[in-house]
Ligand binder design. Structure first.
Ligand code: DAH
Length: 348
């Protein structure tokens, strides 16, 4: 038994001396002192020894056990010391920590991206931003745009009215703007012609929600008033916009359409981006997609804005950035845009 203990002492002293890393030392420690380790198991054999032998073996065992434990401890310190020394001459390079590396990079919402592209296109032509309120009066949203109370054209906009009595305003006179056209009269009254403005941002409607209708929607609108402005400008600007957003081969077509604040009014079609005019499922076989509404500003609307229709003429033109984004990015359901669904947003 004494030999056995001494052999362990010899073997392991050497192993400890030669160890070069903390990991190696941990391994040695476990081999000796771990569960089923060499020194852990040895006392089990002591029961067969005579009391005399035991009196010799027992202190020897304890002494060697302590010796090896201390040797491992000493060697650990030595190895650490060497690691520190070797690091002293290292130049540290900063690397991003784990948290930083995991930080997610966001990006602009697809509608905002499209809106920004649109703004950039029209800015190049000298159009300036003009803001109008989201909560507005019946007067600016409807009446001054040739849509008096009780007029059937009001059915074109399912409106969300505000419980205005508590603010001392007659019921039915305060609403969430249904379109960016609510900025037209304000722009005319504040800026004098010649004027080129862009009005954009959120509008609100009391809609039956489906894949093409949302209660909160974006609109982008331009108002261009000067001497001699005509439908030709409308045709040019429509095509300029479609080609800038959807591609060089997208032509524009004006089709007669009724809007109370323009005369003549037009539905603005773009050549179908999927079949390029041949006719497909998306365009219902016509080869064209209705993308915008527009027209020559009605003389009465110009007058309401303080502009003489005999001197000036103007065009107004409006588009839905979400509808454009649906086409451009191939999105099938308008409700996805405001769903807050990251899986959807991360695609764009
Ligand atoms: N305001 C219209 C809508 O919400 C869109 C529109 C049509 C805007 C004709 C215009 C226009 O400026 O001239 O449906």
């Amino acid at each position: 038994m004494e030999d056995k203990i001494k052999n362990i002492q010899q073997d392991y002293k050497e192993k400890i001396d030669q160890a070069k890393s903390l990991k190696e030392l941990d391994g040695i420690f476990l081999e000796l002192f771990g569960k089923n380790g060499k020194l852990d198991q040895l006392p089990k054999e002591f029961k067969n020894l005579s009391p005399d032998k035991l009196r010799v073996v027992s202190p020897l065992f304890n002494q060697i056990k302590q010796e090896l434990e201390k040797a491992i401890q000493r060697k650990r310190e030595e190895v650490k010391e060497e690691i520190y020394k070797s690091l002293e001459n290292e130049k540290f390079v900063r690397q991003p920590g784990r948290l930083q590396a995991k930080k997610r990079q966001g990006h602009l919402h697809p509608t905002t991206q499209l809106l920004n592209e649109t703004i950039e296109l029209f800015s190049k032509l000298g159009f300036e931003r003009f803001d109008a309120p989201h909560i507005d009066t019946d007067e600016y949203n409807f009446e001054l745009l040739n849509i008096p109370e009780g007029h059937p054209a009001r059915d074109l906009w399912d409106t969300l009215y505000i419980d205005s009595e508590k603010y001392g305003i007659q019921p039915g006179k305060l609403l969430l703007r249904t379109h960016t056209s609510n900025g037209q009269i304000r722009a005319m009254r504040q800026l004098k012609p010649p004027m080129r403005v862009m009005i954009f941002d959120r509008c609100f409607r009391y809609e039956n929600l489906d894949a093409r209708h949302e209660h909160t929607l974006e609109q982008f609108e331009i108002v261009y008033i000067d001497k001699g402005v005509s439908m030709a400008n409308l045709q040019y600007l429509s095509e300029y916009f479609f080609q800038g957003i959807l591609g060089k081969d997208i032509k524009a077509r004006l089709r007669p359409k009724y809007y109370p604040f323009v005369e003549p009014g037009a539905g603005v079609d773009g050549l179908c981006i999927f079949c390029k005019g041949k006719g497909c499922n998306v365009c219902g076989g016509t080869g064209w997609l209705e993308l915008a509404g527009a027209g020559m500003i009605h003389p009465q609307v110009l007058k309401n804005g303080g502009i003489d229709p005999n001197e000036y003429s103007g065009i107004a033109w409006g588009v839905g950035p979400e509808r454009m984004a649906m086409l451009k990015y191939g999105v099938e359901d308008i409700r996805l845009f405001k769903s807050g669904d990251l899986k959807f947003l991360e695609k764009y």
